[in-house]
Write a protein that binds this ligand. Sequence first.
Ligand SMILES: Cc1cc2nc3c(=O)[nH]c(=O)nc-3n(C[C@H](O)[C@H](O)[C@H](O)COP(=O)(O)O)c2cc1C
Length: 213
Amino acid sequence: MFTNEEQAGVYKAIFNRRDIRSFLPDPISKDTLYKILEAGHHAPSVGFMQPWSFIVVSNPDIKERLAWAADKERRALAVHYEGEKENKFLSLKVEGLKEAPYTICVTCDPTRGGSHVLGRNSIPETDILSTACAIQNMWLAACAEGLAMGWVSFYKKNDIRDILEIPPHVEPVALMSIGYTDQYPDKPILETAKWEKRRSMDDLIFLDKWGEK
Ligand SMILES: Cc1cc2nc3c(=O)[nH]c(=O)nc-3n(C[C@H](O)[C@H](O)[C@H](O)COP(=O)(O)O)c2cc1C
């Protein structure tokens, strides 16, 4: 059983967690970093396959190369927008990959556990979903530790495989920058920038059948 205070702590992490792009150079203790990775490793996974690995990057040259790969992709994606929307897209987020003391590449190995992982035969992408659960656990743990994280998924997977020497069958699912920040907003950055807003819960909840209220 959770005490009321413990329950409040869980919800506080869920509601306060934000995607952060701006990091201070202050170091993170190895113990804290380990606790956050351990939170990731305790996520649920299909058939308990635990498909994740964590590449903890602190080398500035490697971080620079990761930032290059993300920036190249961001500029390529800008072609999907025109005029003002393009400028807004390009100015929206400045990646924190170089500034954050660590960037953790979270990977997914679809071959882990062999070819008959319990429950994965019907929905193969459950391995990636399991990895996303690990990432969310890390994000919440980081928030509870007073740390900020930013999820970068703008990159070509093969660029990241080349830079981090990841084998071809392993998926680089996310680059998670982590560090302390002095800019922890209370709303998503994309909401403040008027790019998107949070949808109304009422429109998302149905009773018994799709569309029924
Ligand atoms: C799967 C996934 C991929 C994401 N990729 C990026 C990304 O490449 N660049 C970025 O700036 N934010 C990225 N984000 C962060 C989202 O923009 C952010 O979660 C969303 O705007 C809501 O804000 P919040 O996390 O502060 O609540 C990603 C988030 C998720 C869950």
